[in-house]
Ligand binder design. Sequence first.
Ligand SMILES: [Zn+2]
Length: 247
Amino acid sequence: MPFWNEFTHGQFLSECKNTNIAVFVTGSLEAHGRHLPLGTDTILPEHLAKHIAENTEAVVLPTIPFGDSWIFNQFQGTISVQPKTLIDFYTDIMKGVFIHGFKYIVALNGHGGNTPHLESAARLATKKGERVVIIINWWRDLAKDVRNELVETPMGHAGEDETSEMLFVRPDLVDMQSANPARVATRYRVVSAWYREELYPKATYGDPTKATAEKGKAIMEQAKQEIITLIEELEMGKLPLNERSQD
Ligand SMILES: [Zn+2]
């Protein structure tokens, strides 16, 4: 169970000698429809990180449960961190990991708003030496085959895929009675602090009514296999350069 914050200062070096990989989970605290908990983007990647800790030697850092949730800021319960704060924070943590001799950081990200800031931090933190940050936007980079096969409606926010995953991981926190479809698809990228409710009605983009725990289980099982394969290959020094994600 290699969790960074469970080692004593004295244990740390001896316990970490079998790996050069640290896993960094980044989530958010933001509205997810009326039916999913505010911590959805943290709970799901944390579930994967626990699986990594139980099945590999990679060390899992404490989760960062806040992110850049500007888009959902006017929905109750959301707390958003500014980009510059997040970039500084992520950079300091990444540098702190590398100072301890780790070569790879696997950033297991649960929230789209964090992605550009993780990338900025990774650029700053990998300037020196042989250091690599791999950013995994898990909801779109992992389990693509299963998603293509089972998920009937477009990927979004609090939609079919994410609700299915939560029905599998934490069904006690899902209120399907309050799940409603909503999807405003704009041709252009519309950015406005004022019209957030119009752009994301009920903090939803997708159709959660199509969600099932079985779909969530299939997605999670494939995601777990893929992430373990990645960690095992990194342990052998093999970078995942074979397939480009379509961002
Ligand atoms: Zn989410």
